[in-house]
Ligand binder design. Structure first.
Ligand code: PNS
Length: 162
């Protein structure tokens, strides 16, 4: 069965990659879909987030990174996706994800599988990583090296524009 790991991935973290790698052991093939969450201000463009994920997933042969446009459930129907996979870090994630899973199920009957995040990465959040990096902090332990370099370049670019 094909599964999808949708998210903003702004930027992708070790926590996301752990969920993608574990999904790739549970399902035949996996689409990692870079989506847009209308309530978020992004640091990276969708295309940059796709590039960062492609670099990070290069050693996962049954994983493909794609750009998500429109409704997730429509994308799943068009691409023969049987399950949406989400990582859960703590109770707050569950409440939000439960509602989204129920809404997506109501729309087309698609199932959502929730995986507990590895405890090692449970404190990670892309929002916090953006804030720490933007204020000059070191986020190198939370993201792949290639992503860390892109964050540093993006932060420097933003500072130069001010
Ligand atoms: O990492 P995020 O920000 O929690 O990811 C949220 C995302 C992109 C997975 C979610 O907003 C999404 O599925 N967007 C696609 C549009 C859609 O289907 N919205 C209805 C969700 S019930």
């Amino acid at each position: 069965m094909r599964a999808i790991c949708p998210g903003s991935f702004d930027p992708v973290t070790h926590g996301h990659l752990d969920i993608v790698a574990r999904t790739a052991t549970l399902f035949g093939d996996v689409l990692v879909a870079v989506g847009r969450n209308s309530s978020k201000n992004y640091l990276f463009s969708p295309e940059e987030r796709v590039e960062m994920l492609r670099e990070a997933c290069v050693d996962m042969p049954n994983v493909k990174v794609v750009l998500l446009s429109g409704l997730l459930v429509d994308f799943c129907a068009e691409h023969e996706v049987g399950a949406i996979v989400k990582g859960l870090r703590f109770g707050g994630d569950f409440e939000f994800e439960l509602q989204m899973a129920q809404m997506n199920h109501a729309l087309t009957g698609i199932e959502t599988v929730m995986l507990p995040t590895a405890s090692r990465w449970a404190h990670l959040s892309s929002t916090m990583i953006r804030e720490i990096a933007g204020l000059g902090g070191d986020v190198g332990q939370f993201v792949p090296d290639s992503v860390n370099r892109r964050i540093a370049a993006k932060v420097a670019e933003r500072r130069a524009q001010r």
